[in-house]
Design a protein around this ligand. Structure first.
Ligand code: CP
Length: 336
C-alpha cells in the first residue's frame, strides 16, 4: 500500500488522494476483521486523545471512544458547553493547550473554519467529527459499507443522495465518490428560484474537476426517476439538520414529502440497490421530535418510510458499525 498518513489532519476529504482514501478503507476492513475475531490491536498504547463536541452525538462520539480504547489509547470527552473554548478562550489558545496534552483532537461543531483553525494551531492531528460543511468520517463509513456490498472496486457504481441540499454529509459523499470514480447524484427539490437542489458550488466544481480524471459522473436533479435510474445505493438524511432552526420543519415537510424514500422510490433504483442513512432517522414516531412533527403536520414518517428503513435493502446499522472501524483506521494512520 505504501501510504503514510502519519501526522496528517482529517478535515475534508478533498485533502486526500484516491490512493490515501483506499488505504484508509483497507485499514478499516483489516480492523473490522481483527475486532470480529477478537484479536487485540492496542497499537497506540500510551497515547491520549480528546473529543471536543459542540453538538450532541451518539455514533461519532462512541466510534472515537471505542476505537481509541481498542487501540489502547486514553480518551477525554468534552461535552457541548463544558470547555472554555469560545466563551472564555479562543480556538487558537484552546488548540495550543490541548495539543500539549493530547496526541490527537476530534472536533464536532459549527463553522468549518473552527476545525481548520484548531488544526493550524494544535501541532497534533485534528479530525473533523462534523462541521456545517463536511462530515468526512461518515463518508468513509458509507463507502466501506458499499464496498462490503459490491466489492472494493466501486468505479461505475452510482450513489444517489436524496435530500433538500447536499449538506455536510452530501458534500463529503460527493467528494469521496468523485475521488473513487463512483457516480454521485443529489436528488431533491429546487427552491428559491433555483433549477436544481442546493449544493456548495465550489465543492461541486472541485468534484466535477476530479471526476474528469476518475470517470465519475456528478449530477444534481429534481427528477426522481432520473435520480433513481441505475442507483446502487439510495441515501437520505434528516430534513432539518443539527444546528438548523426548528422553524424550518413546516416548510421542509411540505417541500420534502415528495422526496421521502419509499418502497416505490426504491423500486425505481437497481433491483439490488441498498438503502443508506447516516442516522439518526425519523422513520417513525418513537422519538420526541418524530412525535411532535407527527402531531403538528400529520406525518408519521419523514425522510424514509419505516418499511424501507426496516427492509432487507437497508444497511443503516452496518453503516453505523463501520463508523467505528473507519474512525479507528483514521486515528491509527495519522497517529502511528
Ligand atoms: N451520523 C452521525 O454523525 O451520528 P451522530 O450524530 O450520532 O454522531
Amino acid at each position: 500500500m505504501g501510504q503514510s498518513l502519519s501526522g496528517r489532519n482529517l478535515l475534508c476529504l478533498l485533502d486526500f488522494s484516491s490512493a490515501e482514501i483506499e488505504h484508509l478503507l483497507n485499514l478499516a476492513t483489516d480492523f473490522k476483521r481483527l475486532k470480529r475475531s477478537g484479536v487485540p490491536h492496542r497499537y497506540l498504547e500510551g497515547k491520549n486523545i480528546v473529543l471536543l463536541f459542540e453538538k450532541t452525538s451518539t455514533r461519532t462520539r462512541c466510534a472515537f471512544e471505542v476505537g481509541a480504547m481498542d487501540l489502547g489509547m486514553g480518551v477525554t470527552y468534552l461535552e457541548p458547553g463544558s470547555s472554555q473554548m469560545g466563551k472564555k478562550e479562543s480556538i487558537e489558545d484552546t488548540a495550543r493547550v490541548l495539543g500539549r496534552m493530547y496526541d490527537g483532537i476530534e472536533y464536532r461543531g459549527f463553522e468549518h473554519e473552527n476545525v481548520v483553525e484548531l488544526a493550524r494551531c494544535a501541532g497534533v492531528p485534528v479530525w473533523n467529527g462534523l462541521t456545517n460543511d463536511f462530515h468526512p468520517t461518515q463518508a468513509l463509513a458509507d463507502i466501506m459499507t458499499m464496498r462490503e456490498e459490491f466489492g472494493n472496486d466501486l468505479s461505475g457504481r452510482k450513489l444517489t443522495y436524496v435530500g433538500m441540499e447536499a449538506g455536510n454529509t452530501g458534500h463529503s459523499l460527493m467528494i469521496i465518490c468523485a475521488k473513487l470514480g463512483i457516480d454521485f447524484c443529489v436528488c431533491g427539490p429546487a427552491v428559491d428560484g433555483a433549477f436544481e437542489p442546493m449544493c456548495n458550488p465550489d465543492v461541486f466544481a472541485a468534484c466535477c474537476e476530479i471526476a474528469k480524471k476518475t470517470g465519475a459522473h456528478i449530477s444534481l436533479t429534481t427528477d426522481i426517476d432520473e435520480g433513481m435510474r441505475d442507483a446502487d445505493a439510495v441515501y437520505t438524511d434528516v430534513w432539518v439538520g443539527m444546528g438548523q432552526s426548528d422553524e424550518l420543519w413546516g416548510n421542509r415537510v411540505k417541500i420534502m414529502t415528495p422526496y421521502r424514500v419509499t418502497a416505490d422510490m426504491m423500486s425505481k433504483a437497481n433491483p439490488k440497490a441498498i438503502f443508506m442513512h447516516c442516522l439518526p432517522s425519523f422513520h417513525d414516531t418513537n422519538t420526541t421530535i418524530g412525535a411532535e412533527i407527527a402531531q403538528k403536520y400529520g406525518v408519521a414518517e419523514m425522510e424514509v418510510t419505516d418499511e424501507v428503513f426496516e427492509s432487507s435493502q437497508s444497511r443503516v446499522f452496518q453503516e453505523a458499525e463501520n463508523r467505528m472501524h473507519t474512525i479507528k483506521a483514521v486515528m491509527y494512520a495519522t497517529l502511528k
